[in-house]
Design a protein around this ligand. Structure first.
Ligand code: C2G
Length: 129
């Protein structure tokens, strides 16, 4: 069984996120998604989420491509996650191109094109109009 992992906040879940998760699942048979916790978002990613971790976890778990959701609590957990879950492929959007190449020592690393026209930031801006 080929196992894939990806990471993200997934706040105000939108079709760009789903596009990524669909393509991530196509790279294997089992997809683990590490969803950033509220603390990690606030303290390390400088992101204030609309939905709590529990709500974002519930939403991501409901996506047909996702097999398991785990918490992302810090930047340093990826190597351990790859080992613990016996991951074959790490995948993330190409806004992170090159940032996780250190994982190539442990698994395949794939950067996928983002869905260009949508983002949580844009949604929040549009809602303010
Ligand atoms: N994404 C995408 N297209 C968009 C928006 C997001 O393909 N229009 C992808 C991102 O590239 C990422 C995933 O969807 O792979 C989740 O996006 P975010 O929730 O913004 O995640 P991010 O804040 O980039 O967190 O340790 C890694 C970080 O946790 C990644």
């Amino acid at each position: 069984m080929k196992k894939v992992i990806t990471y993200g906040t997934f706040d105000l879940l939108h079709y760009g996120h789903v596009n990524l998760l669909q393509r991530a699942k196509e790279l294997g048979d089992y997809l683990v998604v590490a969803v950033s916790t509220d603390e990690f978002n606030l303290n390390k990613k400088n992101k204030k989420c609309y939905f709590s971790y529990e709500e974002r976890k519930r939403l991501v778990e409901a996506i047909r491509y996702v097999d398991l959701v785990i918490p992302e609590e810090d930047w340093e957990q990826k190597v351990n996650d790859v080992k613990e879950f016996k991951i074959d492929t790490f995948v993330i959007g190409d806004d992170w191109e090159g940032k996780f190449d250190f994982l190539k020592e442990y698994c395949e690393v794939v950067y996928l094109p983002r869905t260009p026209e949508i983002s949580t930031t844009q949604i929040k801006k549009d809602l303010k109009k």
